[in-house]
Design a protein around this ligand. Structure first.
Ligand code: 13P
Length: 258
């Protein structure tokens, strides 16, 4: 089946509200807007700004094809969880997607497979669409553990979900050694892992779900390498960090996904 391509920008800890709104304004101009059928006929386009920037970004994106996501979500509805935000709070912004289990959260903020699973379920409960991140460290790749790490993270992160839940879930494969390093995975390396992850989805949820679920590549994707990666049969889009902070670069990746 044909999966609609999906291009998401993870702005990480970059852009104030004014800077974020300006970036979306420029992006809208470059994408052409729904009226011209430009981005509507192309991939899903999502930007994930920092929480404080998200309301201004959502206001600027309103009425356009650009959708907004968060970079995290807590599993509880409310309570003593300093620094965290619930699904209801995120829906207030409003955002549609939530990045969950990014490797930077795993590396620096104690995110585990278990918390990834809890956050994923919380997003679904709140009616938000999870972008669940998986990916191996350099040492794990060098030790030949890429598949086993991705399998463990995928099985644990998606544990307890139903085939119905999976209709809104997007999976992002981000080899940690390729994030922010300029060392992009080769088309073949990325395709190999994507195909493997799809086989895990098939085992977990059946062929129809595996066939329909978008699996994004993330890690030094840019305007120059996007077309080659996106041409791979199991690469359905990108989760882009650095290159999503410049409208021209991000728009070029969106164009490569058409
Ligand atoms: P870079 O595109 O900057 O390598 O970041 C990728 C990423 O971590 C997206 O979530």
């Amino acid at each position: 089946m044909a999966r609609r391509k999906f291009i998401a920008g993870n702005w990480k800890m970059n852009k104030t509200a004014a800077e974020g709104a300006a970036l979306v304004k420029e992006l809208k101009e470059k994408l052409g807007g729904c009226a011209s059928g430009c981005c509507c006929s192309g991939p899903d386009v999502v930007v994930c700004p920092p929480f404080t920037t998200a309301p201004a970004v959502a206001a600027e994106a309103k009425g356009s094809c650009i959708q907004v996501g968060s970079q995290n979500i807590h599993w509880a509805d409310n309570g003593a969880f300093t620094g965290e935000l619930s699904g209801a709070m995120l829906k207030d912004i409003p955002v549609t997607y939530a990045i969950i289990g990014h490797s930077e959260r795993r590396q620096y903020f104690g995110e585990t497979d278990d918390t990834v699973n809890k956050r994923t379920k919380a997003a679904l409960k709140a009616g938000l669409k999870p972008i669940v991140c998986i990916g191996e460290l350099l040492a794990e790749r060098e030790a030949g553990q890429t598949n086993s790490v991705c399998e463990r993270q995928a099985r644990a992160g998606l544990a307890g979900l139903t085939a119905d839940d999976m209709t809104t879930v997007v999976v992002a494969y981000e080899p940690v050694w390729a994030i922010g390093t300029g060392k992009v995975a080769s088309n073949e390396q990325a395709q190999e892992v994507h195909a493997f992850v799809r086989s895990i989805l098939k085992d977990l949820f059946g062929a129809a779900v595996a066939d329909a679920t978008r699996i994004l590549y993330g890690g030094s994707m840019n305007a120059a390498n996007a077309a080659g990666l996106l041409a791979q049969p199991d690469i359905d889009g990108g989760l882009i960090g650095g290159a999503s902070l410049k409208a021209a670069d991000f728009a070029a990746i969106v164009a490569a996904a058409k």
